[in-house]
Design a protein around this ligand. Structure first.
Ligand SMILES: CC(=O)N[C@H]1[C@@H](OP(=O)(O)OP(=O)(O)OC[C@H]2O[C@@H](n3ccc(=O)[nH]c3=O)[C@H](O)[C@@H]2O)O[C@H](CO)[C@H](O)[C@@H]1O
Length: 396
């Protein structure tokens, strides 16, 4: 065959493949995905201007209803019915310490009562024995009482600082240092009270999911937990994207693309829809790898992570991410050591306890820190108790 014919036929074949790849990409990413994903909060296709306000209002209303329901429950439940949480055993397998402060702006939402109601509902999910002992650590005292913690006193063990101690802290330090000191106080009190084999510390706006204890039990049975300073049980959904600077996520992303592309090409080695002729080749593998990677990112990694909820064994462990400490698991005596480390640092705006903890775990030799995905709690605290809040907080 003359050379120009060979060139032309190759060019036509190549250009038709390019055109088809382009058509497939346009149909997927410009037609199908926008239609299917425009209401998904953590997708790139989410139309903020249309849905964010109404969705935020719905979530606030639901939280308010749950808070009122929890208030009614704790007000009406008899003391004896739930006093089982008051009798502590020494050296329990797990102690859950809930750190709580007064929340003036979100008073009606009763975050703490919501969290304690959920904990009391799921603490029996481990079989014959209860999954954990539960302790409330109220960091307020004196005239400015935390009414929700007061209401729980007859149901749970509640620990507090001495009023004079609280007053002197409030006068001398910034909010973030106070928040850290309160956390250290709660870590230490929990440890001193029962010397638990493992400890979970929840902030009072961290609502555990139904499989919370089952997954924690599974995590603690894995070898890595023995050498871990802390395991983060929550990371904000908006920061779960692949396009965030976490090296392991890039690996996961490329891996997902490669697996998707290989599976597709192996399933249809001579796939021929619409005169599309695919043979297993490096170009096709590359194209479909990028195609699946783009699809995963645009859809939202958060939604892919949700599939892992099928079984506790499928929850992924990765190196700890920086932000936030609403739910932390401290295996063994790590809670005691973390209290020591935190105590030796100073917090301020932009350098709160979560950042300190993250940096600390990287500096101390032999200490590792991990995150579990997907999240084991829902963060219900739309109003912060340490930062300024807008009048109606938004989901994003
Ligand atoms: C979801 C999320 O991103 N939460 C993080 C964000 O909290 P937020 O800004 O959401 O603050 P928040 O109101 O959830 O308070 C965090 C915790 O501190 C407690 N508290 C508050 C005031 C006080 O004087 N003493 C005290 O102990 C409070 O009870 C709660 O357990 O930033 C904090 C650091 O600043 C932590 O990293 C939180 O994990």
């Amino acid at each position: 065959m003359p050379r120009w014919k060979v060139f032309l036929s190759q060019y036509l074949r190549w250009s038709s493949t390019v055109t088809q790849a382009l058509a497939l990409s346009i149909i997927t990413f410009c037609v199908i995905f926008p239609l299917c994903c425009h209401r998904l909060l953590y997708s790139y296709y989410f139309i903020k201007s249309m849905y964010l306000d109404s969705m935020s209002e719905v979530v606030l209303r639901e939280s308010l209803d749950r808070g009122q329901e929890a208030l009614r429950f704790w007000q009406s439940s008899s003391t004896t019915a739930s006093s089982r949480f008051n009798n502590f055993t020494q050296h329990p397998e797990l102690l859950v310490t809930v750190v709580t402060a007064r929340r003036n702006e979100a008073r009606d939402y009763h975050y703490l009562l919501q969290v304690m109601l959920q904990l009391s509902n799921i603490v029996g999910s481990c079989g014959e024995q209860e999954c954990a002992e539960v302790l409330v650590c109220d960091v307020e005292s004196g005239p400015q009482e935390n009414q929700d913690a007061k209401l729980l006193e007859s149901h749970f063990r509640v620990v507090r600082r001495l009023p004079q101690e609280q007053q002197s802290i409030r006068e001398r330090i910034n909010t973030f240092e106070k928040e850290k000191r309160d956390y250290v106080f709660c870590l230490r009190r929990g440890w001193e009270l029962v010397k638990p084999k493992n400890m979970v510390v929840l902030e009072d706006d961290a609502l555990p999911r139904n499989d919370f204890f089952i997954v924690i039990k599974d995590l603690l049975s894995r070898r890595f937990a023995l050498h871990t300073l802390y395991i983060k049980l929550y990371h904000p959904e908006r920061l779960q994207r692949y396009w965030n600077p976490e090296p392991y996520r890039i690996l996961e992303w490329v891996g997902l693309g490669l697996v998707g592309a290989t599976a597709l090409l192996l399933s249809f080695p001579y796939w021929n829809p619409c005169s599309f002729s695919f043979t297993l080749s490096a170009t096709h593998l590359l194209f479909f790898t990028l195609y699946f990677m783009t699809a995963a990112e645009l859809l939202g990694r958060h939604y892919l992570l949700e599939v892992r909820r099928i079984s506790p064994q499928l929850y992924a462990i990765s190196p700890a991410t920086e932000c936030c400490t609403p739910a932390m698991l401290f295996p063994g005596d790590a809670s005691f050591r973390v209290a020591e480390y935190l105590d030796s640092s100073f917090c301020y705006k932009g350098h709160a306890k979560d950042i300190v903890l993250y940096q600390m775990a990287r500096k101390v030799p032999g200490q590792r820190s991990h995150s579990v995905e997907p999240n084991l709690i829902t963060h219900i605290g739309a109003y912060s108790s340490v930062r300024a809040n807008p009048s109606r907080p938004k989901l994003l």
